[in-house]
Structures are given as structure tokens and as C-alpha cells.
Ligand binder design. Structure first.
Ligand code: ADP
Ligand code: TPW
Length: 599
């Protein structure tokens, strides 16, 4: 930072009265010769196109939220910072720009931190901006209001963490946060803004000069030609090739080229959960309905923006045809990823292609030209046979109409509604509610399915729904387990306050996983896994002026969903399903420690 600019900054006023006088309640207007920290934060964000803030006000950022709104920014104020944080994280995934979450110090910061760690884990660009208390007091641990060494605490959970102490450094701080969040592998960034920073005054022109409009924040990373050739050669040699599309592929917004690569090679593909819809799930090359056949049988697998983590059984073991739970199944892997460190994290990657997915996929297309051999017919036929069989089995189970409803009879309705409204976002969390929805509900467009992600975390529901409605501007359908919904349910008020077109469908089976457990001692406390029976969740939306409906049959669910979409009113449908429906942990029962012991 240039010395003259530094000298232009005035020391922070100490008394509240001084702050009011210097910053004029934060109204350093366009004619004023002075600006202040509040205004510079706003100007720095706006200069970089960051005009939507998810947060919760309080000391020391109350005035910041007011002035942001006064300066034309959209400030979406939540009831709990964690939900604001999840909203910011998914806004980052949807747009490729960092989603911004704004919180108060210590407890507010910690509430937002879970979402920041979630963003980092999921490779979503996000910036958590938290106000903090006085450095001098914090560092001497003298017990300031909401005292906490936030920067140190954020660091292990973030891709990067910065603190700005001087008004003239705000431009640099915001620029660094943006670059760190979106370049390379995206992630969560923490930006610490101490209370003293906001009223700091400086010359308006020097302030303007200190701001940075970030040029090319996520530079393309072109893959090396020999890496591309190695990958294409390996694919050409395959007898049973498979492509796995992950949420990195969805994030990259290279939709047309990814589709061209899949279609030109004719290779069957498997979308990971949030990559569903990158190609329509009804595409003839989709191997989703034959997953348990293609993973062990494939000989060459090309991963595009997907990691070989627990969601893919670490690329080995019985899922992949290995003889034991840890052994290699014999597959050879191509991995397209922006992170040069991702390859070999779990199994050997024979052909890593390092670069951004857009550049890598277009380089692969160029290398393939028009002469790529179609995969052997035996492979494609074997997949088609399994798929046909499994699709028929699914149709049979969706057609049943049991009383009470089960997951399938309720989700058959959601499936039809999503097919009729392909632009709607589908937010999804729970255990069985997640697994069945992923399997039953086809997606038709990219980045429409938003779910629990890499951690399988509960609590994303209402935060994601708010962000999808605000940033995506489309109808949102949130399919929620009753337990999952409870983590963020109070945001129904937020949804009503902003009048968002969100239709929440709670698949209510009275508990975590299912609702029929009893206390084995016969004591008066209920089982830890069950909730109040017959809970009327729909009244929560009614309490804030939205629409609440209880649906006990598929027909009731269908008409309530159709009306919600027609009216675009905030709606909560309490879809009552059999409390015996559901298995422990859904599809991942085997990860429970007691199940592991039995293995
Ligand atoms: P999924 O859960 O869908 O399998 P993961 O979150 O495990 O997906 O993997 C996403 C991968 O995509 C990460 O390894 C990340 O580095 C990568 N990635 C994210 N964005 C890009 C991009 N623009 N170009 C290339 N790779 C990317
Ligand atoms: C932050 C553990 C995984 S799934 C789940 C919990 C509590 C709820 C399952 O019940 P639900 O769905 O939502 O009613 P269903 O259809 O199976 O009945 N805390 C956090 N994240 C996780 N993953 C958990 C706890 C969990």
C-alpha cells in the first residue's frame, strides 16, 4: 500500500460521539470529501459485482447492513447465521462468484463458521465477513464484548483468512478474499473486520483509488497437451469405459462441452448427486439406474470434477469389484480436476488432467476430433438391460398407493412436478428423504439439484432455499426429512418476510430415519430418535403468513404442490408418511460403527 494513501487515513475516533460526527452515521455521501470504512467495504464489494449479502445484524455490523441496503445492495437477513452461511455457500456454487455471509463477532462468527467449513469442504466459493472486537483487548484476553481470536479459529476451516486493520487496506482485503475464494479449487474465505475499522475516515479520492476491481479472478488453467493425450489414449483403449460427473463439473458451467464430450465418445456416464441434470437424467447414456453394475465392471473411468472420497467408496473395495472391502477393483482412472493434489488421493490415477474443467473438456474434445470409437456394444447392451429392468422396478413401486404414504408414493408426485417444472430448484436433505429423492426425482437442467454435499450435513435446507430463490430467481421445491427440516425451520419466517417462492415438502415420519423407536427401559423419556407424533409442521409457515397444508395422500400432495407453484406463495406441505418407512442412516447404514463391527 502506497505511503501517501496510508497517511491519508485518520486514526479511528474512540468515543461513540466522535464516530457519529466523523462518519455522520455512516453517511459519507457522494459529495463528501471523506469516506469511511463502512463505505469502503460497500464500495469494494459492489465494484466486484458482489451485491447480495446473507447475514444477521448486531454489533459491530448493524450500520453496515443498513448502509449496504441504502447503497442498493440486497441484504437478506436471517434468523440464524448458519443458515445465512449455507445460503452464501450455495450462492457461490450457483453463480461462480463468492457468496457473502456477514455476521457479528464471536457467537455470530462461530454460527457462520460451520457453513464456511462446509463451503471449503465442498469447493464452493464463499466469503464469511465477520465483525470482531478490539484486537488489543482480545490479544491480552482482557474480556472484551464478544471477545474471540476469530482469525486463528477460522484459518483451519477456510482456504484463506485475512484481517483488515486500516481503511485504506479494505480494497486489498476484499480483492484477496475474492481471488482466494474463486481461483483454483474454490473454497471458503474468512475476512475479519474489527469494529474499529468501520468508522475510520479517509480522503474520499484516496479511498476510491485504494479499491481494486479484480481482473480475471478465476483464471483459466489450460491442461498440458501430453496429459490430454495420455487421457485420450487410455480412454481409447477401454473396453468398458465410464464417465463420472461430479459437482465440480456442474460448477464449471461448461455444460455444452461436457455434453458434447459425453455424446461424442458415446461413453455411459454416472452423475454424482449435484451433477444430476448436467445432462438430463433421462439421457440414454445415463447409467444411474445401473450404478451397482457399472462401477465394478468398468475398466477405465474418467472422473470429471468428482473426488474418489467416501461417496465413491474411495475408488476401491467391493463397490468397485475388489475382492475385499479395501482392495483395488482393477479400474484405471482419468481424473480431470483443477487441484493438482487431488490425483492419487485414494487410488492410482493413471491419467491426471489438471486444469479448469472448461479448458480440459474442450482440449479433450479437440484431441478426440470426430474419430472416437463407440464403446463395445456388449458393454452398452449390458448396461441398457440393467437399466430397463431397474426403471421398470422403480415404476412399479412408484405406482403403488399404500396407506399411509411411503417415500415412493410421495416422491412419485414430486418427480412429476419437477418434470413439469424443470427450471425449479430442488433442495434436498434428510437420510431416506435424501436417498430416495435422489434416486426417484429426475433432473433436467444443470445446477438445479442442491443438497447436503460432501459432508451429508443436515441443516442446509432453508438457507439453500432462500439463496436459490433470491439468486436463481426461480421456484424452489425443498424436499426435507422432518429431522433435517428442524435444523433450519425458523427460516420459514425469512421465506415469508421476503415473499419467496419456496415450497417445502416435509416427508414426515415422526423422527430421525423413522418414527417408531421406543425407549427400551420403558421409562418416560422417548427414544432419542423420535419426535412428537403427528406434529403439525405446516402451521409454522402459516404463523408467518404463508400457506400450510397437511397431505396424507399423493393426490393431496399433488394438488398442494401444484397450487404452491401456481401461486408462488411460501408454502409448507406436511406430507405424512408411514413412521415405519425408512432405514437407519438411509443408504449408508454400513457406516455406523456397530455395523462396521459386524462386517
Ligand atoms: P462430488 O461430491 O459431486 O463427487 P466433489 O466435491 O467430490 O464432487 O469434487 C469436486 C471436484 O471438482 C473437486 O476436486 C474440485 O477441485 C473440482 N473442481 C471444482 N471446480 C472446478 C473447476 N472449475 N475446474 C476443475 N475442477 C474443479
Ligand atoms: C449437522 C446426522 C444424518 S441424517 C439425519 C441426521 C440427524 C436426519 C434423518 O432424519 P430425517 O430423514 O431428516 O427425518 P429421514 O427421511 O431419514 O427420516 N447433524 C448434522 N448432520 C448430520 N448428518 C447428522 C446430524 C443425521
Amino acid at each position: 500500500m502506497d505511503q501517501a494513501m496510508r497517511a491519508a487515513a485518520k486514526p479511528a475516533p474512540t468515543a461513540a460521539g466522535d464516530a457519529t460526527r466523523v462518519a455522520g452515521e455512516g453517511e459519507a455521501g457522494p459529495q463528501s470529501r471523506e469516506t469511511d470504512g463502512f463505505q469502503l467495504v460497500i464500495d469494494a464489494l459492489k465494484l466486484n459485482g458482489l451485491d447480495t449479502i446473507f447475514g444477521l445484524p448486531g454489533i459491530p455490523i448493524t450500520d453496515l447492513t443498513r448502509r449496504m441496503q441504502a447503497n442498493g445492495m440486497r441484504v437478506i437477513s436471517f434468523r440464524h447465521e448458519q443458515n445465512a452461511g449455507y445460503a452464501a455457500s450455495i450462492a457461490g456454487f450457483m453463480t461462480g462468484k463468492p457468496g457473502i455471509c456477514l455476521t457479528v463477532s464471536a457467537p455470530g462468527f462461530l454460527n457462520g463458521l460451520t457453513a464456511l467449513a462446509h463451503a471449503t469442504t465442498n469447493c464452493f466459493p464463499m466469503i464469511l465477513i465477520s465483525g470482531s472486537s478490539e484486537r488489543e483487548v482480545v490479544d491480552l484476553q482482557q474480556g472484551d464484548y464478544e471477545e474471540m481470536d476469530q482469525l486463528a479459529i477460522a484459518r483451519p476451516h477456510a482456504k484463506a483468512a485475512f484481517r483488515v486493520l486500516h481503511a485504506e487496506d479494505i480494497g486489498v482485503g476484499v480483492a484477496r478474499a475474492i481471488r482466494a475464494a474463486v481461483s483454483g479449487r474454490p473454497g471458503g474465505v474468512y475476512l475479519d473486520l474489527p469494529a474499529k475499522l468501520f468508522p475510520q475516515a479517509m480522503d474520499a479520492e484516496a479511498g476510491r483509488q485504494s479499491l481494486i476491481k479484480v481482473v480475471d479472478p478465476a483464471p483459466r488453467q489450460i491442461p498440458a497437451p501430453d496429459a490430454v493425450k495420455r487421457a485420450v489414449d487410455l480412454l481409447r483403449s477401454a473396453k468398458r469405459p465410464l464417465i463420472v460427473l461430479g459437482k465440480g463439473a456442474a460448477y464449471a458451467q461448461a455444460d455444452a462441452d461436457i455434453r458434447a464430450l459425453v455424446e461424442r465418445t458415446g461413453i455411459p456416464y454416472l452423475p454424482m448427486s449435484m451433477a444430476k441434470g448436467l445432462l438430463p437424467d433421462t439421457h440414454e447414456q445415463s447409467a444411474s439406474a445401473a450404478r451397482s453394475y457399472v462401477l465394478p465392471e468398468a475398466d477405465v473411468v474418467m472422473m470429471i470434477g468428482a473426488r474418489l472420497n467416501w461417496l465413491l467408496s474411495h475408488g476401491k473395495g467391493k463397490t468397485w469389484g475388489g475382492a475385499t472391502s479395501k482392495s483395488w477393483g482393477g479400474q484405471r482412472f482419468v481424473q480431470i480436476d483443477i487441484s493438482p493434489q487431488e490425483a492419487d488421493s485414494n487410488v492410482r490415477i493413471d491419467a491426471p488432467v489438471v486444469g479448469d474443467i472448461g479448458s480440459c473438456v474442450s482440449a479433450m474434445l479437440a484431441a478426440i476430433g470426430t474419430g472416437f470409437p463407440k464403446p463395445p456394444a456388449e458393454w452398452l447392451d449390458a448396461i441398457a438391460e440393467r437399466r430397463t429392468k431397474n426403471v421398470a422396478k422403480m415404476a412399479e413401486s412408484l405406482a403403488k398407493n399404500p396407506v399411509p404414504m411411503n417415500y415412493h408414493s410421495a416422491l412419485g408426485v414430486v418427480r412429476d412436478i419437477v418434470r413439469a417444472n424443470p427450471d425449479a430448484f430442488l433442495v434436498n436433505e434428510g437420510a431416506n428423504a435424501l436417498d430416495h429423492t435422489r434416486a426417484v426425482v429426475d433432473m433436467f437442467k444443470p445446477r438445479k439439484r442442491l443438497d447436503v454435499g460432501t459432508w451429508g450435513v443436515m441443516g442446509i435446507g432453508m438457507g439453500y432455499s432462500v439463496a436459490a430463490a433470491v439468486v436463481g430467481g426461480q421456484q424452489v421445491i425443498a424436499v426435507e426429512g422432518d429431522s433435517a427440516f428442524g435444523f433450519s425451520g425458523m427460516e420459514c419466517e425469512t421465506i415469508c418476510r421476503y415473499g419467496l417462492p419456496v415450497c417445502v415438502v416435509i416427508l414426515n415420519n415422526n423422527g430421525v430415519y423413522r418414527g417408531d423407536e421406543v425407549n427400551p427401559t420403558g421409562g418416560r423419556d422417548p427414544s432419542p430418535l423420535v419426535f412428537v407424533k403427528g406434529a403439525r409442521y405446516e402451521k409454522l409457515m402459516e404463523a408467518f403468513g404463508g400457506v400450510g397444508v397437511m397431505a396424507a395422500t399423493p393426490a393431496e400432495l399433488r394438488s398442494a404442490m401444484e397450487e404452491a407453484i401456481r401461486s408462488r406463495k411460501p408454502t409448507l406441505i406436511n406430507a405424512v408418511i408411514d413412521e415405519k418407512a425408512g432405514t437407519e442412516s438411509g443408504r449408508i447404514t454400513s457406516l455406523n460403527p456397530s455395523a462396521k463391527k459386524k462386517q
